[in-house]
Design a protein around this ligand. Structure first.
Ligand SMILES: Cc1cc2nc3c(=O)[nH]c(=O)nc-3n(C[C@H](O)[C@H](O)[C@H](O)COP(=O)(O)OP(=O)(O)OC[C@H]3O[C@@H](n4cnc5c(N)ncnc54)[C@H](O)[C@@H]3O)c2cc1C
Length: 459
């Protein structure tokens, strides 16, 4: 339990995006009397990274719409001392002190009564020759997004290669195609969107191909080379070929930004992210952590996991902020619920897939059904694919995936709710879900899948 924050004490927060500013804001609401300092190593706070693909496609043209509140707002309205371009370089838990590098390059130290680490994650840059050639981008921060958008706006970008077919890579394939750029996606694994089971990700793959994306699966990138006579990227070398390109985006995953914590002697989990308890407290009682830099308990397995998402970062940040100043809030865990739009398809998932359930030691069963997003005869109805994963002996629900033109992203939340409630497929099939022809068939697709699953329950 962190020491109760003394009157006029100081909370220091490292990192100023989703988790950091949620923590600082919650702490301020709880404790008007204390000093709150946020160190952010970049030039912006509180922006929506999730909006970046749409900012780059120009669907959301203005940078101001990506930044929720700027640093001045927090200083003026919430009396939070936000220090931009200021990087924390060390934490000394014994002295309760942070060392930082100020914008002018000078260093300083600042003591704290409680510390929240919200340093997020960084884009992984695989050690591929030429990865630092100009025109090879990663996408994590608003700054990254602006650089990428500037490159597109400057003209002359006809072809782009995206390395990595995770959800960010595929959202960016959509964004670049929206800007009439020819897109090639190169993926090392045999499937796209590999957090889904292959039968579901095959539907996404079909959509990519239908939209004209060139897909190279099971292919490793060996290098980036400058264009002839220019210093910016001109070729991506992959699978024994040189693929011409004007721009490359490496979207090969992220890593938790936990080095500071590790160097300070805090416990990390197997994932490399910071280990926390349900109150977001680390192995040091005066230090809390939240967001992409730390782990969370999984609601299905009960074990710590690292599933970095904005939803989790906001919630954990709020809890860390509350507990850093004397509260006792608890985080309810993650199911890894997420949704993405890839061209005209929605894909959504929660809990375990068949594959991850097997890796976690379950012997799962699954059903996949195809229903429709609206009543079959209602104009605009389109196929909706639902997969449920469950334990055949007990019927306990382990996870779900949906793919379709509409209705996938909203319906995943009913499955997530069922996971949090530890429901069986029998209980899911009994839920009183809504029906009207413009929104659903009379048997909602999720209920229909649960009914099919019931038939496979052996216990
Ligand atoms: C393109 C894109 C699309 C996404 N889409 C979705 C989506 O649709 N849904 C969803 O749930 N999630 C999505 N995410 C993930 C989501 O954005 C992250 O989970 C969320 O931003 C995590 O917030 P955070 O505050 O933990 O970390 P971050 O956003 O990484 O912020 C951490 C901050 O800490 C700062 N920092 C790091 N080290 C230091 C230091 N030593 N000193 C000072 N400051 C430091 C960094 O500069 C950074 O600004 C998306 C991410 C990206 C990049």
């Amino acid at each position: 339990m962190p020491a109760v924050m003394r009157d006029g004490g100081r909370l220091v927060v490292l990192g100023g995006v989703a988790a950091g500013m949620s923590a600082a804001s919650r702490a301020r609401r709880m404790r008007p009397d204390i000093e709150i300092v946020v160190f952010e190593k970049g030039p912006d706070v509180s922006y929506g990274s999730c909006l970046l693909p749409y900012f780059i496609s120009d669907l959301i043209p203005s940078r101001d719409d990506v930044v929720r509140y700027d640093a001045d707002f927090f200083r003026r309205e919430r009396q939070i001392d936000v220090r931009l371009n200021t990087e924390a370089t060390a934490i000394d838990p014994r002295r309760r002190q942070v060392t930082y590098r100020a914008p002018d390059g000078g260093t300083g130290t600042l003591g704290y009564d409680a510390l929240v680490i919200a340093t997020g994650a960084t884009a992984y840059k695989p050690p591929i020759p030429g990865i630092d050639v100009p025109g090879v981008f990663t996408l994590r921060t608003l700054n990254d997004g602006e650089r990428l958008k500037d490159a597109l706006m400057s003209g002359g970008i006809e072809d782009a290669v995206i390395v990595g077919a995770g959800y960010i890579g595929l959202e960016m394939a959509d964004a670049l195609a929206h800007r009439e750029v020819n897109v090639t996606v190169i993926e090392m694994l045999p499937t796209v969107l590999s957090t889904y089971d292959p039968d579901m990700s095959a539907l996404i793959e079909r959509e990519l191909l239908d939209q004209g994306v060139v897909l190279r699966k099971g292919t490793k990138v060996n290098g980036f080379e400058p264009a002839d006579g220019r210093d910016s990227v001109g070729y991506v070398v992959a699978g024994g070929q040189r693929i011409r390109t004007d721009l490359a985006l490496v979207s090969a995953g992220i890593r938790p930004a936990s080095t500071l914590a590790r160097e300070a002697g805090l416990e990390l989990g197997l994932s490399g992210a910071i280990r926390v308890d349900a109150r977001q407290i680390t192995s040091e009682s005066t230090i809390l952590a939240a967001g992409d830099c730390c782990e969370a308990p999984h609601v299905v397995t009960g074990r710590p996991c690292w599933i970095p998402l904005g939803t989790t970062a906001n919630k954990q940040g709020k809890i860390a902020g509350e507990n850093a100043v004397g509260g006792s809030a608890r985080f309810g865990g993650v199911a890894g619920t997420n949704a993405t739009k890839i061209f005209d398809l929605e894909a959504a998932q929660t809990g375990l897939t068949q594959h991850t359930a097997e890796l976690d030691g379950y012997r799962p069963a699954s059903v996949t059904i195809t229903s429709t997003s609206r009543a079959r005869v209602y104009p605009g109805a389109s196929p909706l694919h639902v997969k449920l994963v469950f334990q055949p002996e007990t019927g306990r629900l382990l996870g779900g995936q949906l793919v379709g033109r509409e209705g996938a992203a909203t319906r995943i939340d009913s499955i997530a709710t069922a996971l949090h409630a530890k429901m069986t497929v029998h209980e899911l099939a009994d839920i009183d879900m809504s029906y009207a022809p413009p929104f659903s068939p009379v048997w909602d697709p999720v209920i229909m899948a649960a009914s099919q699953a019931q038939k496979k329950v052996t216990g």
